[in-house]
Structures are given as C-alpha cells and as structure tokens.
Design a protein around this ligand. Structure first.
Ligand code: SF4
Length: 208
C-alpha cells in the first residue's frame, strides 16, 4: 500500500528550496534494519546540481555529468539528488532521521544557489564557477602538489597517505603544516589549479 505523502517545511525563506516531501519509505537493501527514503524537494535542481560538487570532498561524491545525477556518501548515508528535485536516501534510520539530514543538504543547495547568483552578478568572478572534474582527480594528483617529504607533521606516515585522507574528507589540507610555509607557495598554487578555490575550501585549506 502506498503511504500518504508527508510534507515538511524545514527552512524558512530558503533561497531555492525550503520544503521536502517524503513520498515513500522502503526497507534498505544495502543495510538490514535501515530504510530507503524517497523524497521530493520543492524546486528542481537542474541548474545548480553541478555547483554542489565542489562543496563536498571528491571521495564522497559521485557525479554523473551527462544525467546530472549526484550521489553523496555523507553522514553514513548514500544520498542521490536528481535534476527534478527527487532525492533518495539509503541506510536511513527513519523519517525523522531523513528529514534532519536532508535539511543539511538543503542548506548546501541554497548556499550553492546563492553563490551562483552572486557570481552571475559579478562577471569578474565568473571563473570561480568552473567545476573541477572530480572524477579525474585522484590521490596521485594531490600528492604531486604536496611537498613529498614524508615528514609526518600531518600525522600520516607518508604524503600519499595524507592525499587519500584529504580526498575522502578525513583530513583537512591545512594539516600539512609545511604547505603553509611561504616557500611552498608554488605547491599551493598547484593545488588551487587542480581543485579550484571552492574545493580547496571544502578540503580544509584555510590559507597561510
Ligand atoms: S605534513 Fe605534508 S609534507 Fe609532511 S608528510 Fe604530511 S603531507 Fe607530507
């Protein structure tokens, strides 16, 4: 039997999205005892969905550019966003849990929308909206920009181990202390070129 749709207004004055409807709750195939929740946001995401990509560490993102389908592996859940505003969330406890988590994602969606609005009002910053092709960024790309001294100041045994953790969002870039020395500015520029300013920020670079 189909469940009655449940509507929640979770954000007041959201610039793009503020309401979410739960349309369906099914047992989660991936994890016993958890549920898969089908939701619908109150606006389509087609125009901003790619802008969400640099807001999460590459290791937590799978983006199918052709279909504009974004899957986030965050909060121990798999959350898939579709251009229509449809959302599926696996490994979820219950509907309250789903609403709590989607509220955070909706805040990110509104932030991405606001960013795009401000970029489009400022042609000088238009280059900032270029989205790095995260499917092509691997640990070796990050490693190539690091000091490569395996000094362990970041708490990892090697720069390569640090690269993996940065990509998965488990370590902020700022924990590579040598990178903050002025003589490594070229390496920071290497990372900026690879990741773009927004992804640098997402991966925990706070600057010098
Ligand atoms: S602190 Fe930086 S240079 Fe040192 S091991 Fe970690 S990533 Fe490599």
């Amino acid at each position: 039997m189909e469940m009655k749709e449940l509507k929640y207004k979770v954000l007041e004055n959201g610039s793009l999205v503020s309401e979410v409807s739960i349309k369906n709750i099914r047992p989660c195939i991936a994890t016993e005892g958890k549920v898969r929740v089908l939701m619908q946001l109150d606006a389509p995401l087609e125009d901003i969905i790619s802008s969400l990509v640099p807001m999460y560490p590459p290791g937590k993102v799978n983006y199918v550019e052709k279909k504009k389908i974004l899957t986030l592996s965050i909060y121990g859940r798999l959350i898939t966003l579709y251009p229509s505003g449809k959302v599926t969330m696996n490994k979820t406890l219950d509907k309250e849990d789903a609403v709590e988590i989607i509220t955070d994602v909706m805040k990110a969606i509104n932030q991405a929308y606001d960013n795009l609005e401000s970029y489009s009002n400022d042609s000088k910053t238009i280059e900032k909206v270029n989205i790095p092709n995260i499917s092509q960024i691997g640990p070796m790309d990050i490693y190539n920009c690091l000091p490569q001294t395996d000094c362990e100041e970041c708490g990892e045994k090697t720069c390569m181990a640090f690269s993996f953790k940065v990509l998965s969002g488990d370590k902020p870039l700022n924990e590579c202390l040598p990178l903050q020395e002025p003589w490594h500015q070229g390496r920071v520029e290497c990372l900026e070129k690879l990741l773009g300013p927004e992804m640098m920020n997402t991966l925990g670079w706070e600057g010098y």
